[in-house]
Design a protein around this ligand. Structure first.
Ligand code: EPU
Length: 413
């Protein structure tokens, strides 16, 4: 890409990656036909479709219509193979549905990834309290259970994945589960909405305490995926960095409260609409401090994009990462573009420079890739982001959308 173009126009966001993968897993809870809408055309959905097929489901994807049809058989298979789990760690979200519906699961251990080690202790502890037994055999996590029973589960940390697995297991367990210190992300609420429509009895989702009364049976439904707040926010930050004007449609400003507030503090005009928002920037952004936290805090999935913004902002800012120990690794790539970022533990001090300078860089994960693309949009000359397939994992048609907004960017084969 060649930096320097002001982004201008309108972009429509589709369903959230971090919701749809869990909604697909939730379909396993009820035999029959589940239909999901606003399904993003991203690599992770493709991999998850393959996993669902190996579990015995028939999966049909209409990419144009952004629809996914999953036919879940009466008897599902229970093994999530290593070749898929290593591609998308989110495959672990089939654990809860399989244990509660079939009483057995055999899931490859995901291992570490480029943003740091990511444990499963809270998933295992929660399901153990509900009556499941776990062993680890040849790189696989093996779970056995009779019918699960409700339990009091208190998470050490509001883990998104653990909350989802325990929630999906509890809906078919005998009795009441109370999940404390639960994650509150909009994607959790989306999952709970779908489960409720399937017949589940859930209260308190979106708060730190979720109460689930198990039911005997669930039925399949049709469900529209919540909009992707991280994609929406990425476009908002891009608009600010390029001193542009972008209207983001099919987005929820409420899900981006703090992030949009940071952009306003950086000097942007943010206008809320019934179906999204508009961000306009007339000058160089001012630096803003960022602290990543579980929702409603600023998402760790915005950290690289905000570092990229601060790298060209007026002033210096402290960015504090509280979720992943290795998510600052990408700043070494950003430094290739001339960014001035010093990290110490989970803090990064970013001193803004008026101009970055285009260079080849390497994306190591989805959001690092997004941050590097944003930096390339304002860098002088040509920036080539290698490892762009990481970006494909979370951003559907990103290059086309950026081009429509006026960016000078192409996707190399
Ligand atoms: N953790 C544990 N033990 C557990 C569970 C989590 O130690 O049992 C730790 C992890 O190691 C990590 C932290 O808790 O340091 C957060 O993990 P969490 O479970 O909340 O995250 P996740 O479910 O693995 C999802 C998203 C991530 C997003 C995080 C935080 C999906 C598929 N992934 O991961 O998305 O960063 O929540 O919001 O939903 C991305 O989209 O780029 C991405 C990495």
């Amino acid at each position: 890409m060649v930096g320097g173009r002001r982004l201008q126009g309108e972009v429509r966001v589709t369903g959230a990656k971090n919701s749809v993968l869990k909604l697909m897993a939730a379909s396993l809870l009820a035999p029959g036909t589940t239909i999901l809408r606003e399904v993003p055309d991203i690599y992770d959905v493709e991999v998850m479709c393959e996993l669902m097929r190996r579990l015995g489901c028939a999966v049909a994807r209409e990419v144009e219509a952004a629809t996914l049809t999953i036919v879940v058989p009466d008897r599902v298979q229970t093994r999530a193979d290593y070749d898929l789990v290593r591609k998308i760690r989110a495959s672990i979200c089939v654990l809860g549905p399989l244990v509660t519906r079939v009483g057995h699961a055999d899931i490859a251990l995901p291992g570490g990834d480029a943003i740091g080690s990511r444990g499963l202790d809270m998933h295992i502890d929660g399901l153990t309290r509900m009556g499941a037994d776990f062993t680890s055999e040849h790189g696989y996590l093996v779970a056995h259970a009779g019918r699960l029973h409700g339990a009091q589960v208190h998470l050490d940390f509001p883990s998104v994945g653990a909350t989802e697995n325990i929630l999906m297991a509890a809906v078919l367990a005998r009795g009441t589960t109370v999940l404390e210190n639960a994650a509150r992300e909009p994607e959790i609420v989306d999952l709970a909405n779908m489960l409720r429509a399937m017949g589940a009895d859930i209260q308190g989702d979106g708060s730190p305490s979720i109460t689930i009364d198990g039911v005997e049976l669930l039925h399949p439904v049709e469900h529209t995926t919540v909009s992707d707040r991280i994609v929406a926010g990425t476009f908002a930050i891009a608009a600010v960095m390029t001193q542009g004007e972008v209207r983001v449609r099919n987005a929820s400003a409420a899900h981006l409260d703090l992030a949009l507030d940071k952009l306003a503090r950086a000097g942007a005009e943010v206008e809320l609409h019934h179906d999204g928002f508009q961000v306009r920037m007339e000058h160089r952004p001012r630096s803003v401090d960022i602290v990543t936290l579980p929702y409603p805090g600023i998402a760790t999935d915005f950290q690289p994009q905000f570092i990229a913004m601060n790298a060209v902002a007026d002033g210096a800012a402290m960015v504090t990462e509280n979720i992943y120990e290795a998510r600052f690794r990408f700043v070494q790539e950003l430094a290739r573009l001339g960014a001035d970022v010093r990290t110490d533990g989970h803090h990064a001090l970013v001193r803004g420079h008026l101009q970055l300078s285009g260079a080849p860089v390497e994306a190591t994960d989805i959001r690092a890739g997004a941050g590097l693309v944003l930096a390339g949009l304002v860098a002088d000359g040509i920036t080539t982001v290698h490892g762009a397939e990481h970006v494909d994992r979370g951003y559907a048609g990103f290059v086309g959308q950026l081009r429509d907004l006026g960016a000078d960017v192409v996707r190399l084969p």
